[in-house]
Write a protein that binds this ligand. Sequence first.
Ligand SMILES: Cc1ncc(COP(=O)(O)O)c(C=O)c1O
Length: 421
Amino acid sequence: MAKAVGDAILRAGNPGRSGHALSIRSARDLFMARERLAELFGWGDSSRFVFTENATVALNQAIKGVLRPGDHVVTTSVEHNSVMRPLRRMEATGVRVTAVPAGADGVTGARDAIAAFRKATRLVVMVHASNVSGALQPVDAVVAAARSRGILTLIDAAQTAGSVPIDLSALPVDMLAASGHKGLLGPQGTGFLFVRPGVPIVPLIEGGTGSRSESDRQPDFFPDALESGTRNSVGAAGLAVSLAWILRKGVETIRRAHAVHPISALQSEYSLWERNLEAEIIPVLRELEIGLVPFSPLGRGFLTGTARRAEEYPEGDYRRGDPRFQGGNYDANMGAAKVVAEVARELDATPAQVALAWVLARGSDMVPIPGTKRRSYLEENLAAATLRLAPAAMARLDATLSPEAIAGPRYNEQMMAYIDR
Ligand SMILES: Cc1ncc(COP(=O)(O)O)c(C=O)c1O
């Protein structure tokens, strides 16, 4: 997550404000984070997730965006001040508040909360889990009862988002607020408010949205209706990565597929310079006794020292758009890959054989598939099966080509969006 934030800050443009590549990238970071929020919380339309600086801003937006003088609010005695203080302030504008006391166990009885509903009750605000005791509140029963009476509901999920499953397709709550920097494992300065379609809410802040700029009226469509001013795309880049980790799509998909029909092998990119499978995927493959068929085991030509600069490949060749072949990334990657040629020289082997021997040495469950059009290369690659790398050579390769030494993301953004989905 920290690396994603660091990378994003170096390439941050103003999201949605220009057709510049940096601006488009930042907009994409926001989009990815929004999409993953929607996936995690079981809601098909990510535009209903409005980014805020934290849960406090989201709660203020929700409370002040729907309450009017004369409205009555039901809440609990175990709310955070980010709910109670805005509500107390709203009292000065003619809003009435009933804070239903929680029991000795820190839980507010659903019956007590429902009994506090009145004719003028416009909103129920309830914390999902108390930040003091951790007690989970009976949100399902209270939300259902409020909905049946046409009362709006707001859940403060600051303490539960990412830790306790929340399915917005099953829980008919109108609004849900949370921080990005707690259970969602994102950076500070991120939070969100989910708003169900049809909820009559007015923005707390109006301003530039990057959309309909010719109009001096706030757009009425989401998320722009409630998102004015430059968004925190740098924070969103970090949140997108932590959400992907929480969703663990790759691992989950393998387990689901294996449960339907036993899987023999998984094909994915794995080599000395692309080790993203090591943290989670390879342990699951081994647990389920699934083999791995690593593609691009020669690191797209970097490990054999034959990769060229992006611009030297013909139009239409994917390597032109591959970040690792571009500019300074290319130089750094070619520099790091030199170690393969050095080890090869010491062993009287070729760099390709060393790169393949490294994969083969990871375990007998790995069957790399180097691509070649030439018989001579095929024979060279086959000979890797008998090449043994001493522990010192393995350690040197591991350390010199560690993931931190590789410059540039694995693919361009368009292709990255297809991974683990
Ligand atoms: C229950 C609850 N609600 C709201 C908040 C406010 O969150 P934030 O700091 O993201 O504004 C907190 C913070 O600890 C909390 O525990």
